[in-house]
Ligand binder design. Structure first.
Ligand code: SF4
Ligand code: SF4
Length: 426
């Protein structure tokens, strides 16, 4: 049994809509951020020429991730710029020369199933493969933990209600995705793989089944349309009917998002860095909602110009969808590997917040059994707050979604986590 809620689905806005590569922007903005580290040092300087795929900087933390250029051109500036979480971070601004100059040999590998596990981990690390579900968790680190992997779950659930970028990969790249899964299974000696797809996604399931004949150890599992079934821990415990305390790897289960698997395919096939991704641009303020391939560092404002603009001036911009995403104040955010999509909605100013009516809906809906209304109430009472366990929150946003008084409980719970975290420091 999965604890969750059926949400109103807005995927039809962008599903199967014009899919094209947008025209490159004149300037590309590459934030000096890897996973959660915003203190990345770059020893390049203004005026330096960079190649497409060149490593611009590296993190010196345990993840050892790379910041990679998505174009060739000249560094025009390195300065604080707005980031996808609405903070300012140091960003490399590159004037694009549109030549796509790179130092990699061209050509594709015929057979990707002959790599060893350590070769795959190295390729992932060198070419910047990270979790494409919005986490940007370094994939080489996940596979390099030296733990036995018995099962692989490919997460094609795509919970967010406006986002269809995983769906696009699922429909357009079934043979490539199966090839990459097979390569991983052979290299890491993984016995079985389950591709998890929401039960309403009949087209995606049918498309995949057509290609599966030669892979007997890869199966498709339909999962119920309940949010947040796609949350890694929930998905693994639903599929294998096991209890998971912290992470599916405690049961030797690896979970990868389907778009991450496609990036792994590209790296194994072409041995070149990841320099862009498919994202969904959707929402009722977008004239032509769609999925597009975007180079990392392209500004949202440049993308919107390219795809026909907006219907309204007064808008709300949400990075990664309304359930788990965050709002930003500017259209000038650069797209990174962590962006699965952008939802732009008309700003309904009349949607005022009301007092809590004690209906209990937020408590009933919470998939990890928290009491958001109490967490909000005791937000400034550290001792009570600790007993209410706000840290267990998976940031799914269901409490805010369900609240009839339009209270942003998710925000309150996240703030409460900070209070508890700061308290623990002393
Ligand atoms: S408290 Fe956290 S986990 Fe529970 S419904 Fe709200 S956002 Fe989701
Ligand atoms: S859902 Fe909203 S109104 Fe109902 S108890 Fe929770 S905070 Fe109060």
């Amino acid at each position: 049994m999965i604890r969750g809620t059926k949400l109103i689905n807005n995927k039809n806005m962008s599903i199967k809509k014009t899919f094209k590569k947008i025209v490159d922007a004149d300037y590309i903005y590459i934030p000096l951020v890897t996973y959660k580290n915003k203190n990345i040092y770059c020893d390049l300087k203004i005026g330096d020429y960079v190649y497409k795929g060149q490593v611009l900087a590296k993190s010196d933390d345990m993840y050892n991730c790379k910041v990679i250029s998505s174009v060739s051109g000249t560094i025009k500036d390195i300065k604080p710029w707005i980031y996808i979480d609405n903070t300012m971070v140091n960003t490399i601004i590159i004037e694009n020369d549109f030549l796509n100059k790179e130092k990699f040999k061209k050509g594709a590998k015929k057979n990707i199933s002959k790599y060893t596990s350590s070769e795959i981990i190295k390729l992932m690390k060198d070419n910047g493969v990270v979790g494409m579900s919005g986490s940007a968790y370094p994939t080489h680190f996940k596979y390099g933990m030296d733990l036995k992997i018995n099962k692989l779950i490919v997460n094609a659930v795509e919970d967010e209600v406006y986002i269809t970028s995983d769906f696009t990969n699922l429909n357009d790249k079934p043979s490539e995705i199966l090839e990459a899964i097979d390569a991983l299974m052979q290299a890491f000696k993984i016995g079985e793989c389950v591709i998890a797809i929401k039960d309403f996604n009949e087209i995606g399931i049918k498309d995949f089944i057509n290609y599966m004949g030669t892979y007997p150890n890869i199966k498709i599992k339909k999962v119920p349309d309940k949010y947040p079934v796609g949350y890694e821990k929930n998905l693994a415990s639903y599929i294998y009917d096991v209890k998971i305390k912290k992470n599916p790897m405690e049961r030797s289960i690896m979970v990868n998002n389907i778009s991450t698997i496609y990036e792994i395919y590209r790296v194994l096939k072409y041995e070149r860095p990841i320099t862009g991704r498919i994202i969904t641009i959707s929402g009722n303020a977008v004239k032509n909602p769609q999925n597009i391939y975007v180079k990392f560092g392209t500004l949202l404002s440049d993308i919107i110009k390219n795809i026909g603009g907006l219907k309204y001036k007064d808008i709300v911009i949400i990075v990664n969808g309304p359930m788990m995403g965050n709002s930003v104040s500017s259209m000038d955010i650069p797209i990174t590997a962590s962006v699965i999509g952008i939802t732009i909605q008309k700003n309904y100013k009349d949607e005022k917040t009301h007092d809590c009516i004690n209906c209990g809906k937020c408590v009933n809906v919470c998939p990890v059994r928290l009491a958001p209304t109490y967490i909000k109430k005791y937000k400034n009472h550290k001792n009570i707050l600790k007993l209410l366990n706000p840290n267990k929150c998976i940031r799914c946003g269901l409490c805010s979604y369900i609240c009839p008084s339009k209270i942003d409980l998710r925000r309150d719970v996240i703030d409460a986590c900070e209070v508890v975290k700061n308290e623990d420091k002393y």
